[in-house]
Ligand binder design. Sequence first.
Ligand code: C2E
Ligand code: MG
Ligand code: MG
Ligand code: MG
Length: 274
Amino acid sequence: KGKKDKRGGISYYSDELTELAKKHIELATRLRRAIEHSEFELYYQPQVHIKSKRIVGAEALIRWNDPIHGLISPNDFIPLAEETGLIGAIGEWVIRDACRQGKLWIDKGYNLSISVNVSANQLRHQNITRLIDSTLKETGFTADKLVIELTESAVMQREEEAVAMLHAIRAKGIRLAIDDFGTGYSSYSYLKRFPIDILKIDKSFIDEVPFENDDMAIVKAIIAMGSALGYKILAEGTEHIEQIDFLEEHGCQYYQGYYKSKPLKTSEFEKLLL
Ligand code: C2E
Ligand code: MG
Ligand code: MG
Ligand code: MG
């Protein structure tokens, strides 16, 4: 039975706890091996400039090719990677590989920016500024083509340190995007303090546009406020032309979503560019 633990909280049923712990340890072990065996791959999803319909960027999204379970989505392993500290090594690989690919595409004549997701723990434990510096040098990719995506919660933790770090990153010419905007604190005070370039409106607000009045009001408000503060606005999870028409009409410059394309392997992404 569930019983009170010494700190006054309710603990899990002990057999469930054992099961859960076992699963976690198993997954963590496989994850550790995955790093050594290079089982990760970056997929790229196009970011589209609405007015010109041109692909102006690509977001790198990690996939895990597990030899037993096949392709595993980041939602199923990034949280565990964060808990176990493995996110450090994974995140380092992500930035390296994304910049390497970005450089290849620039050399082929594609004028693309590359967006990379950086998680809260990575921001806290890794010297991200130094890592980015050495990666740009190593790969020859340029700072002005790199975008770092952070969630609101990532920057709200240890706020002062985070703000200093964001300023340092941005001083190099790298752009910063707030991911999943609207799902976290969405506090106006941090928008004022954080050196942000791009707001990415979370998919959940876009889904029912232009049919749900509350969502339409929220999306319009985010676009208006973000634009007034000088940010570029990108709508995530855009699947239908009606959404894009609404976004364009209200001043949103970019979208990302299945309407253009799912995240793709690099070879498929290149076909889309042609
Ligand atoms: P995110 O950064 O907000 O990425 C957007 C997610 O929405 C992606 O899921 C993408 O495939 C999905 N998506 C985009 N357009 C549409 C659409 O039109 N419809 C639908 N239904 N979905 C759409 P994905 O690739 O599974 O990634 C999930 C999350 O995992 C990401 O959310 C990000 O938070 C995290 N993630 C992915 N790659 C990395 C990484 O390299 N490092 C870290 N730290 N996190 C990552
Ligand atoms: Mg993202
Ligand atoms: Mg997002
Ligand atoms: Mg997300």
